[in-house]
Design a protein around this ligand. Structure first.
Ligand SMILES: Nc1ncnc2c1ncn2[C@@H]1O[C@H](COP(=O)(O)OP(=O)(O)OP(=O)(O)O)[C@@H](O)[C@H]1O
Length: 729
């Protein structure tokens, strides 16, 4: 390390998960530490530390090189419906803003990614199916500000009772159709961002900036009574974090010092989350800062995440550099489960169609009444005109009132639907938990486990005790949440009934006013004026039709969620039954008949097809499920990390010793590469010859009988974790 000032800091990238390991060669950063010269006793010895990352960029790396290697592949993923996040991390002045935003000559990741995104949309077969929206916010002193509409003040962060669906209220979501428009918005946002000069950086960002771009592709498959559409939605977050800073180095005072404290606190919270996640902690505290709450999905949810860590080669920054390297190193161990957000939406539009058509009928009636010729008194006195004006005003206001009431009814319906979806979820959660408890504490499998594993793990019983308490708490919470939901359902049902009554009387009032109309019209001009009023009504109805369409989609998504949940539960049960039956067959040395073997094979294919999309790394790796073809000697495991319950299931350990009478199952924690990728390596049979230690070559049974895949048993941490429950539902 030299003592020179940083000009071109070093950037490291760690992509989570490493979806293209063949592209990202691991590269090293060596941190040299000469030790403390004043440390005469040599207590703190210097030395070298090496850190390996997916990619390391030196001072010659261009913006383009950084973008190509870290973020380009994320853009195509977003268009396919994946979520992705790129965030820049590092000390103040280390080059984060340069990497993310850049300048006009050297644009950064944000600009390049958006350019690529729009280009890909334009080059696609159906550019008209895509909608792109963006929002841009900053977190300054723990307050959220809308960078696209800075005058809106501080915004609130909201989430549901389980800490999911995090949303920023009143944040502007701007719909964009071209890269130029986006660039303009981005520049506008950057101008609004809080940037101040400090001793460490002339243009120091005093806030974290989060740019979010949502790409939605909607393809309508059918119209008429039943509409079917497919919605694919990917989100890309690009985040320029504020830099960590030391008061002694930045020489900040007053306001700057206070900003620095906020920045450091939120970065510390982020560091804690990274530590907890990389260590596989059961509980991760995202609530310590707004930054971590917003980054929750990027860190542990359904998201491909790239962390670009920035370090300065200057000796004076060695502590910050070491910290950054350490966090980046830990972040590598975090494994996210990435899924495509694709939904086939099919919905009945009859319910809202009725409302809309009723309103349209009303307008038609109004028009007809206007055209009706009635005997008139012939006078065009001011008095008559005044009466007509009054009548018109009344008709307009009753129509508005009707619209208001109908809209309110729709909102109540929508809320009631969401409540019933939530209640259903709680029910599912409760029954799931109860069946888990049965499995854990009461059934035979557990008893056998105990007898097979005498005294191997002294903490085993203690763990179970604490799991039971934890589970009990989760169960109680689910029950009380259910009671709350039911109370809210009752309340909203009452509100709905009252509104319906109000609407009925409003409708009658409107009809009476309409009947008065023909006798009041005395000239063509008046007729035309009233025609205009009808047009305004029509437009309002159209607006309502659009709103109802949005609600319908929302309902359908909830309904689909529930169906998926039920199917998932059914599948879990089936798998449980199959696993246990196989265990019994195996214990009784039943020879597998060929047709049953064939059924297992088909079942396996089904599981694989439903679990792995064509972009799954395992599929691309050239070992797809089809390799388990008829006649092959091995069957793949029943449970290739397909469901959250069994995700971290026990895996067969080929090297496991044979002292567990009759059982070759051992607990192994899946390593990072095995966590999400299905590794169809040949697994030895459950009843294989333990002495031989030869996977797949058992001698105790004839060949067909030994083709059992291993029995998967949920790992104790998953069965006992309440976190699992909330994740699963
Ligand atoms: N790779 C690079 N090539 C050339 N100049 C760079 C590079 N990286 C950073 N710089 C320059 O270094 C200075 C500090 O960089 P930047 O503002 O991006 O740091 P930062 O990490 O965002 O700091 P802060 O956390 O204080 O906002 C800027 O003037 C920037 O233009």
């Amino acid at each position: 390390m030299d003592g020179g000032e940083p000009r071109k800091p070093l950037e490291l990238s760690t992509a989570l998960p490493r979806f293209k390991p063949e592209v990202f060669r691991m590269q090293l950063v060596v941190l040299e530490d000469e030790g403390d010269k004043n440390d005469v006793l040599r207590q703190k010895r210097g030395g070298q530390r090496q850190y390996a990352y997916d990619m390391v960029f030196g001072e010659d790396a261009t913006q383009d090189m950084v973008y190509e290697a870290t973020s380009r592949s994320l853009v195509s993923g977003v268009l396919m419906g994946y979520n992705a996040t790129v965030f820049a991390y590092g000390a103040t002045g280390s080059g984060k803003t340069y990497t993310m935003v850049g300048n006009t000559q050297q644009p950064g990741i944000m600009v390049r990614a958006l350019n690529d995104l729009f280009q890909s949309v334009q080059e696609s077969k159906h550019p008209e199916q895509y909608t792109v929206t963006m929002s841009y916010l900053e977190i300054y002193n723990e307050n959220i500000r809308d960078l696209l509409n800075p005058s809106s003040g501080f915004l609130e962060l909201r989430e549901d009772s389980r800490g999911r669906n995090i949303q920023v209220t009143r944040l502007s979501e701007v719909s964009t159709s071209s890269a130029e428009e986006v660039m303009h918005l981005l520049q506008k946002g950057n101008r609004a961002r809080t940037v101040e000069p400090t001793a460490a950086n002339k243009t120091s960002s005093r806030s974290h900036a989060l740019l979010s771009v949502t790409v939605q592709q909607t393809s309508v498959l059918q119209t008429q009574d039943k509409m079917k559409s497919r919605i694919k939605q990917g989100k890309l977050f690009m985040i320029d974090l504020a830099g960590s800073e030391r008061a002694s180095q930045t020489k900040n005072r007053g306001k700057r010092l206070q900003e620095g404290a906020h920045i450091n606190r939120s970065l510390l919270a982020l560091g804690n989350c990274i530590n907890a996640l990389s260590g596989g902690a059961h509980y991760v505290n995202y609530r310590d800062s707004k930054l971590t709450r917003l980054l929750k999905d990027a860190l542990s949810g359904n998201c491909r995440t790239v962390m670009v860590a920035h370090v300065s080669p200057a000796a004076v920054h060695k502590d910050e550099s070491r910290n950054t390297l350490l966090y980046a190193d830990r972040a590598k161990n975090i494994l996210n489960k990435v899924e495509r957000n694709v939904l086939d939406v099919s919905y009945h539009v009859s319910q809202y169609r009725t409302i809309i058509s009723e309103l349209r009928d009303e307008i038609a009636r109004l028009r007809a009444k206007m055209k009706e010729d009635r005997p008139r008194s012939g006078d065009t006195s001011n008095d008559k005109a005044e009466k007509l004006k009054l009548l018109r005003d009344k008709i307009v206001s009753t129509f508005r009132e009707q619209m208001r009431l109908r809209r309110r009814l729709m909102e109540y319906d929508s809320h009631l639907l969401s409540l019933s979806a939530q209640a259903e979820r709680q029910h599912a959660m409760i029954s799931q938990w109860e069946s888990q408890n049965n499995k854990l504490y009461k059934n035979n499998t557990t008893a056998r486990w105990h007898t097979r594993r005498p005294n191997t793990d002294p903490d085993f019983e203690v763990d179970r005790e604490s799991m039971y308490t934890e589970g009990d708490g989760a169960l109680q919470m689910a029950w009380s949440e259910l009671a709350l939901i039911e109370r809210e359902q009752e309340h909203y049902a009452e509100l709905r009934a009252t509104t319906e009554q109000e609407l009925e009387s409003c409708k009658q009032q409107g009809a009476a006013l309409e009947n008065e109309l023909p006798s009041q019209i005395s000239s063509e001009e008046e007729r035309e004026l009233l025609a205009l009023m009808c047009r305004v009504h029509e437009l309002e109805v159209e607006k309502m039709a659009l709103q109802s369409e949005r609600l319908i989609k929302q309902h359908e998504l909830w309904r689909r969620d529930l169906i998926i949940l039920r199917y998932d539960r059914q599948r879990h049960l089936c798998e449980e039954i199959i696993t246990r039956q196989r265990q019994l067959m195996e214990e009784d040395c039943v020879i597998l008949p060929p047709d049953l073997k064939e059924l297992y094979r088909i079942y396996q294919q089904e599981i694989h097809a439903s679990t792995y999309t064509d972009t799954s790394p395992s599929y691309q790796s050239g070992v797809p499920f089809s390799s388990y073809s008829r006649g092959k000697e091995k069957l793949p495991p029943i449970q290739p990390s397909v469901d959250p319950l069994f995700q971290r299931s026990m895996r067969y350990d080929a090297n496991h010793n044979s002292d567990q009478a009759g059982s070759d199952i051992s607990m192994t924690t899946p390593n990072s590469s095995a966590g999400s990728d299905y590794t169809p390596s040949p697994l030895p049979p459950v009843t294989g010859n333990a002495e031989s230690g030869q996977p797949g070559q058992p001698s105790s049974l004839p060949p067909p009988a030994v083709l059992f895949p291993p029995i998967t048993v949920p790992s104790k941490e998953l069965l006992g974790s309440s976190k699992y429950l909330s994740r699963y539902v």
